[in-house]
Design a protein around this ligand. Structure first.
Ligand code: ATP
Length: 353
């Protein structure tokens, strides 16, 4: 695996009103050539700052930035073989689509024939062939974003950095563009580093995701691993909906109010996460060999393809359960019903603090 981008213990401090603010507190990453890599986290967690250090717009206070094996920590942005796409497309409004995309190549005095070929190819990849003469304002947000993408890719950078590029689009278009972006990335084979606070976006597109919180990477793994095996309570809560159950385990069993959670091989204090869709809701006491707990339905929300239940346990804790609406859409339980929840032992995932 060739590394496209490496960060070694990168720290970024800002001086704000006479106080030192640590935006990034020691991040190490190793992004492979051709990878679709996302930096995901809530507002203020340091993802944009991390990306700006890769681009060279910010210098790290400590640590090293390497591109394709070379230390570029002190190399200016225009000398790094990376390009960046922003949420505001930053297109030239008075220029046609063709001229917007050709701009960088013209500036580098690329021969006419080559410009024609490369711009043509790129417009085909982003599916804008036939719209060469349009001006940006005559196009939809999604189309403008594709022009911006074509313009950033036409110079064939070795890596493309994208900072919330779909943030301005409505949900439907954003979802369509996510699939589109992934296809384009696969087609051009360039390393993409994608900044987003939208977990669905990151899960949909990424080969790997670094989940950031408060200036640090809490987990770095593929989408499935991050969802199924969150490393920390923060990751479990930030990605999808999760139930956290904590207590002291004895002989592989965690006693909770009104039930028990099977945690094979665990002793002492543990916290487990259980995803809502792994839990079955019913009125009969479950058979042995599964985790089970009694509760009262506090709320049922109909969500089309599934129902969401909020179930209160005896100690006041609440457990969320998603149940697929299969053939009929009648709810399994109503508000106020006394129910049993159960799930297989392998669906309780033990996490760190
Ligand atoms: P968002 O999604 O809101 O852009 P983010 O995860 O990208 O958030 P950053 O923009 O990297 O977060 O900011 C991380 C922290 O560093 C924040 O607390 C922010 O206020 C602070 N910060 C960023 N840039 C500066 C700056 N130039 N001067 C002072 N503090 C800054």
């Amino acid at each position: 695996m060739t590394s496209a981008i490496e960060l070694e213990n990168v720290v970024k401090e800002y001086l704000s009103h006479g106080e030192v603010v640590q935006a990034v507190k020691g991040v190490s990453l190793d992004i492979a050539e051709g990878e679709f890599f996302s930096l995901l986290g809530p507002s203020g967690c340091g993802k944009t700052t991390t990306m700006r250090m890769i681009a060279g717009f910010e210098a790290p206070t400590k640590g090293l930035v390497k591109l394709h094996g070379q230390d570029v920590t002190n190399v200016p942005p225009n000398k790094r073989d990376v390009n960046m796409v922003f949420q505001s497309y930053a297109l030239f409004p008075h220029m046609s689509v063709w001229d917007n995309v050709a701009f960088g190549l013209k500036q580098r005095k690329t021969p006419q024939e080559e410009i024609k070929r490369r711009v043509g190819e790129m417009l085909e990849i982003v599916d804008l062939t036939g719209r060469e003469k349009r001006r940006p304002r005559e196009m939809s947000g999604g189309q403008q974003q594709r022009v911006a993408l074509a313009r950033a890719l036409v110079n064939r950078p070795r890596a493309l950095l994208l900072d919330e590029p779909l943030g301005a689009l409505d949900l439907k278009l954003r979802q369509a563009m996510q699939i589109e972006l992934k296809r384009i990335q696969r087609e051009v084979g360039i390393t993409f580093v994608y900044v987003t606070h939208d977990q669905n976006e990151a899960l949909t597109m990424s080969d790997r995701i670094a989940v950031m919180n408060d200036g640090l990477v809490e987990q770095l793994a593929g989408p499935r691993e991050i969802y199924e095996r969150p490393a920390t309570a923060f990751v479990a809560g930030f990605i999808g909906t999760s139930n956290l159950l904590a207590g002291t385990a004895t002989a592989g069993e965690l006693k909770i109010a009104g039930g028990r959670v099977l945690v094979p091989g665990q002793e002492g204090d543990v916290t487990v996460t259980v995803r809502p869709e792994k839990i079955t809701i019913g009125t009969d006491e479950p058979v042995n060999g599964v985790s089970s707990v009694r509760g009262t339905v506090a709320e049922v929300v109909y969500l089309g393809t599934y129902n969401s239940y909020a179930v209160s346990l005896a100690d006041g804790a609440e457990v969320t359960v998603f149940q697929q609406n299969a053939h009929d859409a009648t709810a399994t339980a109503e508000r106020g019903d006394s129910v049993w929840l159960s799930w297989q032992a392998q669906h309780s995932y033990v996490i760190g603090s």
